[in-house]
Ligand binder design. Structure first.
Ligand SMILES: Cc1cc2nc3c(=O)[nH]c(=O)nc-3n(C[C@H](O)[C@H](O)[C@H](O)COP(=O)(O)OP(=O)(O)OC[C@H]3O[C@@H](n4cnc5c(N)ncnc54)[C@H](O)[C@@H]3O)c2cc1C
Length: 437
């Protein structure tokens, strides 16, 4: 056991904790300090405090890194929960398989992907990561190893998918992968001029394209409000006659101040919106830049400077989504805050298996904000009120500040979920959102 400052991806939340590396899926948790609460820590790719437990013990799960079994005939993979999605892809893509669901970075662990029940660009057809988990093992602080599946400890299965690491440690999991014929994506980018066009493009594309997502210009006002670039794609049937040479760079150091400000934001967004000459651009793209454009610049979170940044991701039910997104974008553009990266996506109606899973049928908006202190928090309060009026909710994986009331109204299942909490597990996030009643 050692002491360490642990941080999450946004770098606003950093706490000193005791760390205990789990070295085997056969371990129990008796080596953890009996006087402290515990929380599993994957690869720290959550943005706020959901993967942190100030003053407690972080159970480091990256060291649960073994593959257990893979059947190339069925695409069923069993691996320990600290394996990264990147490591899975490296092994299975050459054998014609791919993850059924992937988030926008491949540097997350299987345990982290289950505990946040992550979603990706194909949510409208395949739902969340948890929809493709066949079973897993949950290690409780009592030393009990529970096998969880839809027909075995089904309540712990549902509580732990999207369960924010609070029900115990997932030691290994069995996943169903999907077949692909090549590692390439047949991709198209379409420039759109308004939210109406975004919704029309989504409705039309969601029928024929497995992957859809869009970048929206969060600095656009007036006639430019709601303009952006719509990206859609399918797995390509054949390998193009070209090799893929990955280009990865590392952001050199924490910038002395945030490099994202009102001037750089407006200039970047205008240039980015006009980056392609025609309205539509088509290309065959390797899966890495298509799914993980940000992974090409390692440690890009440093560009926000020493104060770090927040992400704000909400999902709004279909009937109120169009109007609420317009209101959110108006508030953000008027504030001059926001980031280069603003993502708008329709979520589908496939039910997540998890009790606290984030997506619901409707539209999701996500964007980063450099940490500007009180001004930013005032903007968040205005955004929260729009989300709450539209019966929407915020994503705990991206959150470091939502008021408890907003969490509890967005996730009415939280009280039922509480019955499955491991009595020795807790997180800074959980205490923040349930203890201010
Ligand atoms: C660039 C970027 C893009 C992203 N894009 C998306 C996206 O498109 N969609 C999306 O849904 N998310 C997205 N995310 C968020 C990210 O996918 C999730 O936060 C993910 O859960 C992080 O996994 P991790 O392994 O880093 O876990 P951590 O962040 O370390 O932990 C996440 C949660 O999992 C729990 N946990 C970790 N390991 C275990 C275990 N073995 N057993 C039980 N609980 C465990 C932790 O306690 C915590 O509650 C993105 C993040 C980044 C940085």
């Amino acid at each position: 056991m050692s002491k360490q400052i642990l941080s999450s991806w946004g770098r606003v939340n950093q706490y000193e904790v005791e760390t205990l590396a789990l070295t085997s899926r056969f371990d129990d948790l008796s080596a953890a300090d009996a006087g402290k609460t515990m929380l599993p820590y994957g690869n720290g790719r959550s943005y706020g405090d959901s993967c942190l437990n100030a003053g407690g013990t972080a159970l480091q799960c990256r060291s649960l890194s073994h593959f257990i079994d893979f059947d190339p005939a069925t695409g069923i993979l069993i691996c320990e929960a600290g394996v990264l999605l990147a490591e899975i892809l490296e092994m299975v893509v050459p054998q014609g398989w791919f993850l059924a669901v992937t988030p926008g970075t491949r540097f997350v662990t299987v345990g982290g992907a289950i505990a946040n029940d992550v979603h990706g660009k194909n949510h409208h057809v395949t739902g969340t990561f948890g929809c493709h988990v066949r079973r897993f093992e949950l290690l409780r602080s009592s030393g009990e190893h529970l096998l969880c599946a839809p027909d075995s400890n089904a309540d712990y299965f549902a509580a732990s998918i999207g369960g924010l690491g609070l029900t115990g440690v997932i030691t290994w999991a069995e996943l169903q992968l999907r077949r692909i014929r090549s590692p390439w994506i047949d991709a198209e980018t379409i420039r759109y001029t308004s939210l109406d066009e975004f919704f029309a493009l989504s409705a039309q594309s969601d029928r024929d394209y497995e992957y859809t997502v869009s970048w929206v210009d969060c600095a656009g006002k007036g006639k430019s409000l709601g303009r952006g670039l719509f990206v859609r794609g399918n797995h390509a049937a054949v390998n193009p006659d070209q090799l893929y040479r990955p280009k990865t760079q590392t952001f050199p150091a924490v910038a002395p101040v945030s490099l994202v400000n009102a001037l750089t934001l407006k200039a970047f967004n205008t240039l980015y919106y006009h980056k392609q000459i025609g309205k539509v651009s088509r290309q065959i793209q390797h899966y890495q830049p298509f799914f993980y454009p940000l992974d090409g610049l390692l440690e890009w979170n440093r560009l926000y400077g020493p104060r770090g940044f927040y992400q704000y991701q909400c999902v709004l039910p279909s009937q109120y989504g169009r109007a609420a997104v317009a209101e959110l974008l108006q508030e953000i553009a008027a504030s001059g805050m926001g980031s280069f990266l603003a993502v708008l996506k329709l979520c589908g109606d496939m039910q997540s298996p998890g009790m606290l899973s984030f997506p619901l049928p409707g539209v999701s908006l996500a964007l980063d904000f450099p940490n500007r202190g009180a001004d930013l928090h005032r903007l968040f309060t205005r955004l929260d009120s729009i989300v709450s009026t539209a019966n929407g909710r915020l994503y705990p994986a991206k959150d470091g500040r939502m008021p408890g009331q907003l969490f509890r109204s967005g996730y009415p299942g939280w009280q039922g979920f509480s019955a499955y909490l491991d009595p020795r597990f807790s997180s800074s996030f959980w205490r923040r959102v349930v203890e201010d009643i």
